[in-house]
Design a protein around this ligand. Structure first.
Ligand SMILES: Cc1cc2nc3c(=O)[nH]c(=O)nc-3n(C[C@H](O)[C@H](O)[C@H](O)COP(=O)(O)O)c2cc1C
Length: 370
């Protein structure tokens, strides 16, 4: 699986996987059942998890033709970081559960692919080691969960800045842990050989930690004052991850936030929350001229990426497909997944008659009647 044929970027490996979704079955075979369920699951009835996909599928494209002869590029920048294509790796907890090298493998694959990664606070490798693995350009952002212990939270932020991370993504949709029934059913806990070096686990804690207990360490009363505190704390631009309403995006812009991630946490927090692709245009219209609008949730195809960009997202992030690729074949798996996605994005632009991402505009899209 790790030897691509043909030599072209994005050429599927012999025998597959031929697209991002196909990594899931391979990962499912390899992972212990409880780990697979932890990565795959959503909250409640998993309606939002499903809707994130269905909402993309309801959008069709109306391509333009005979606009060739121009140089094509999917390159852009995200918070000042240049990327070859507008799809980044989302914060994903516990990556060592998928592969022994975990976040180090992902960071190496991401740097090689010429895109960027947002490292989870719940990384199983230290943020300094991930920075080192990512190489000198450090196409890295740091995702923060604010902890009850504000002193240690601030220390982690300053360590991320020191290590060369380029922006701070504060996740704001975890007032409580989502009701992820697959986690409870399988009694999933972090395996003994995994550490969480960026989490202030109390010294008196003994035994394996459940994801639910980790959330219990987080500041439950997070509010806009904390966002102002994080803006003042470091020189890193602050991005809010987990915005679904245009009104919240306007407040963020008013405070000087540099970006929002339109996200429902991959359907893992509030079940029945709206699909992200259904609200991104409203949010981009409200604040897109003041800050960068990113989107995650259900992105699986290059056409999904182009749809999000056409509706006003600067870039998208992906979580589960990256975990599946990591579990399937470590760093080589993530490299293959990213190159397939890059090829799909470029092919979609070509088939839509777009030379650059700027040319992906809403008139390319039609929504099927509900
Ligand atoms: C296994 C897993 C772990 C995640 N861990 C984090 C995390 O530590 N911090 C965070 O902000 N979001 C986390 N997320 C949410 C993702 O960053 C992202 O918002 C969402 O999953 C994207 O949807 P997708 O999985 O459909 O691509 C996690 C998601 C998954 C599936």
């Amino acid at each position: 699986m790790s030897t691509p044929i043909g030599g072209r970027v994005g050429e599927p490996a012999q025998g597959g996987p031929f697209n991002l979704s196909e990594f899931e079955a391979i990962a499912r075979e390899k992972l212990p059942h409880a780990s697979y369920e932890y990565f795959a699951g959503g909250a409640g009835d998993e309606l939002t998890l499903r809707e994130n996909r269905l909402a993309f599928e309801r959008i069709s494209m109306v391509p333009r033709v005979l606009r060739g002869g121009r140089e094509r590029s999917s390159a852009t920048t995200v918070l000042g970081v240049p990327v070859n294509f507008p799809a980044l790796v989302a914060p994903i907890a516990y990556q060592q559960v998928a592969d022994p090298d975990g976040e180090l493998a992902t960071a190496r694959a991401v740097a090689g692919a010429g895109t960027a990664m947002c490292l989870s606070s719940l990384s199983t490798k230290s943020l300094e080691d991930v920075a080192e693995a990512s190489g000198p350009a450090r196409p890295l952002f740091f995702q923060l969960y604010a902890y009850r212990d504000r002193g240690l939270t601030d220390e982690i932020v300053l360590r991320a800045q020191e290590a060369g991370f380029k922006a701070l993504f504060v996740t704001v949709d975890v007032a409580v842990h989502g009701r992820r029934e697959r986690e409870y059913r399988n009694e999933f806990v972090l395996p003994d050989d995994c550490q969480l070096p960026c989490v202030p686990v109390p010294a008196e804690h003994d035994g394996p930690l459940s994801p639910h207990e980790v959330t219990g360490l987080m500041q439950p009363d997070l509010n806009w004052d904390d966002i102002e505190r994080f803006i003042a704390l470091s020189d890193m631009p602050v991005v809010i991850k987990g915005v679904l309403s245009a009104e919240d995006a306007r407040i963020a812009a008013g405070l000087g936030v540099s970006g929002v991630v339109v996200s429902n946490h991959g359907g893992r927090q509030l079940d029945t929350a709206v699909a992200t692709i259904d609200v991104v245009a409203e949010i981009a219209d409200a604040v897109g001229d003041q800050l960068e609008v990113l989107l995650d949730g259900g992105v699986r195809r290059g056409s999904d990426v182009v749809k999000a960009v056409a509706l006003g997202a600067r870039a998208v992030l992906l979580a589960r497909p990256v975990v599946w690729a990591l579990a399937a074949d470590g760093q080589a798996g993530v490299e293959l997944a990213l190159s397939l996605l890059e090829a799909e994005i470029n092919d979609t632009l070509a088939l839509c008659g777009c030379a650059t991402l700027d040319e992906a505009t809403p008139d390319l899209l039609r929504r099927a009647a509900p």
